[in-house]
Write a protein that binds this ligand. Structure first.
Ligand code: AMP
Ligand code: GLY
Length: 437
């Protein structure tokens, strides 16, 4: 079978790497891909724009592609799946109507409310003075979000009412986020621990994937500006069996039923960003209509099942009979970013990669080939991923592997996985106390 993957980041490298291992896959094409996909066996990069939907459809038709898998949200929100399906082509991802779950925060908040799915209290505004009055009433801390897609940058966690007011003005008056910020959602500030809960949906059945957690802030201790994600690991210890069951019954199942009740047939990866409160209550922070980046890298590094089987089942029915088999080890990925990211950064710097091993793998993101030499081409450059007996060991191995990777000015967090490591060390000290007693 021939597979086409749309996107050029770390998520798409991981998808291409995993799908190319399926015994039933003969060739994987990636639009536009990166140096990592260029270097994988049986994977070919294709230079097309991911927003040129006509060319993507034409490529899939002319190359007799069996399945197209969409990585990023923008083409999904723009209706890429609808376009493929009009031509009778199989394309894995939600159609535009369902992709609104990521494309519009106001749509999502209304959806959550309508179906009684737990989430932060909120208001939606297009009028500045009404937003100001609301902020005066609810106070701070408070969260201001641009309604539309803003590449993870349209969320302001305001500590004071003044900060929230200026964020609202930036969005509604100064047009800082363009069309995406012409409507804002103002919502209650939630506390707890975040987890990424990603499932495969076929319209009716759901297959949960392994839990994960990412780190959105640029610097150690979750300081600094928000980024696309500076590292991730799987599983997330905060999602224990009780929490998993609560997320399934209180969030995922009501979401699937809600979509069906609204006449929406969701097929694809569905990512619920969850805040788990101290008492274990899960609340939805956001939905993404795709796999997470960088969560995909550690999650797929642990997946033992053939991903093509799962995608095929989701496209043709029978997802309910599928189980995903996981490596019992934990995986952790550290993002190496270009100097200055998430602000401006240089491109075109030579990268030396060192050697992957059985339990380490470098997934590329913002890289490209210059002849035989991989060079940087984006903000998030690489995700250095490792397996270990638990998150703490995976962390040690990932940072050890990272020492043999070089490009000038590389920036990375040194504390990826710290919450899981804290939990693991408290379990092991408890075990020591128990065994001493
Ligand atoms: P979003 O794009 O909506 O997921 O927001 C990006 C990040 O902002 C989330 O991953 C959280 O870390 C944080 N965030 C979003 N909404 C809230 C909220 N209501 N309370 C606290 N943190 C939030
Ligand atoms: N890592 C967060 C996301 O993919 O949106």
């Amino acid at each position: 079978m021939k597979i086409l993957i749309i996107g050029g980041g770390g998520r798409e490298h991981a998808l291409a790497w995993k799908l190319s291992q399926s015994p039933r896959v003969s060739e994987v094409f990636v639009v536009p891909g990166n140096a990592g996909t260029a270097l994988e066996e049986n994977v070919t990069n294709i230079e097309l724009s991911i927003s040129d939907l006509d060319s993507l459809v034409a490529f899939a038709e002319s190359h007799a592609i069996d399945y197209t898998v969409i990585g990023p949200e923008a083409p999904l929100v723009d209706g890429v799946v609808d376009r493929f399906e009009e031509k009778g082509l199989r394309c894995f991802g939600p159609r535009a109507d369902c992709a609104q779950l990521e494309g519009s925060k106001a749509f999502t908040k209304e959806f959550l409310k309508r179906h009684n799915i737990p989430t932060a209290a909120y208001g939606t505004f297009t009028d500045v003075s009404q937003a100001m009055t609301y902020l005066d009433k609810v106070g701070a801390p408070i969260v201001v979000k641009a309604d539309g897609l803003a590449a993870g940058k349209g969320v302001i966690l305001a500590k004071t009412v003044d900060e929230a007011k200026s964020a609202v003005k930036d969005m509604l008056q100064s047009n800082q986020f363009g069309e995406a910020g012409s409507r804002v959602v103002i919502e209650e500030f939630l506390t707890g621990e975040e987890a990424s809960f990603i499932v495969i949906v076929d319209g009716t059945d759901v297959l949960p994937l392994a839990s994960s957690q990412d780190h959105k802030a640029a610097y150690d201790s979750d300081m600094g500006p928000n980024t696309g994600g500076m590292g991730a690991y799987s599983p997330a210890p905060v999602v224990d069996q009780i929490c998993h069951d609560r997320i399934m019954s209180e969030v995922i199942q009501p979401t699937i039923h809600g979509l069906a009740a609204d006449g929406l047939r969701y097929r694809g990866f569905l990512y619920a960003g969850i805040m788990v409160a101290v008492d274990g209550t899960p609340k939805v922070l956001e939905y993404n209509c795709r796999f997470g980046d960088p969560e995909t890298q550690p999650i797929l590094f642990r997946l033992k099942s053939d991903l093509l089987d799962l995608i095929e089942a989701a496209c043709h029915g029978g997802l309910g009979e599928q189980i995903a088999v996981w490596d019992s080890r934990a995986a952790l990925g550290v993002v190496m970013a270009a100097p200055g990211y998430p602000g401006d950064y240089p491109r075109g710097t030579d990268i030396s990669l060192g050697q992957d091993t059985e339990d380490t793998k470098i997934f590329h993101a913002g890289t490209t080939m210059s002849g035989d030499q991989p060079i940087t081409s984006g903000g998030r450059v690489l995700c250095v991923t490792a397996l270990g007996s638990d998150v703490s060991e995976a962390k040690v191995k990932a940072y050890e592997r990272l020492k043999s990777v070089h490009f000038e000015g590389a920036e990375y967090r040194t504390d990826i996985g710290y919450r899981a490591v804290e939990r693991e060390s408290s379990y092991s000290s408890r075990r020591e106390i128990d065994s001493a007693n």
